[in-house]
Design a protein around this ligand. Sequence first.
Ligand SMILES: NC(=O)c1ccc[n+]([C@@H]2O[C@H](COP(=O)([O-])OP(=O)(O)OC[C@H]3O[C@@H](n4cnc5c(N)ncnc54)[C@H](OP(=O)(O)O)[C@@H]3O)[C@@H](O)[C@H]2O)c1
Length: 155
Amino acid sequence: MIALIVAFAKNQVIGNNGCIPWKIKGEQKRFKELTTENVVIMGRRSYEEIGKPLPNRTTIVISNTKNFNGENCFTAKTLKEAIELAGDKDIYISGGAKLYEEALPLVEKMYITEIDCDINGDAFFPPFDKEQFIKEIDERYEGEIPYTYVTYTRK
Ligand SMILES: NC(=O)c1ccc[n+]([C@@H]2O[C@H](COP(=O)([O-])OP(=O)(O)OC[C@H]3O[C@@H](n4cnc5c(N)ncnc54)[C@H](OP(=O)(O)O)[C@@H]3O)[C@@H](O)[C@H]2O)c1
């Protein structure tokens, strides 16, 4: 199973200056729940933001300039190579922008956190054809910055 997982603002912003431009307590709960014991594939800049492999899951970083290897952490040169490395575990493509764009045609599911405001940024989730997916609204959280967990499943 290949899925992608992302949080984006109303204006599709996912990042700014190499960071996620919001801090909302609890918002990453679903990321942790879904990816634990599975495989996360991410671009080099996204990995460098986190700075270390995530616990209790396999991290595969895509990079042609650096190597990140350690316990449960591998480096691949392409998305194809990363998918092959993942074997038969569930795969969660975790950004950033270029990787989401390349993965979009391959994913069965998209776990999206819709952040309910516009935010300034320099990295965006790519446009996609909503007609190709069925959208389910899973859970809405109110607060200073409200957000909603939604799932898109390919038709
Ligand atoms: N809101 C969210 O859910 C979310 C999730 C993840 C990231 N983000 C944000 O997104 C931003 C980072 O995204 P980004 O697009 O700038 O960078 P990125 O995709 O994380 O990293 C880009 C680098 O990854 C490698 N790479 C990525 N895709 C590749 C591909 N298909 N083939 C070969 N190499 C590939 C290359 O590394 P080399 O240069 O080493 O070859 C490339 O320079 C940050 O602001 C981060 O906070 C947000």
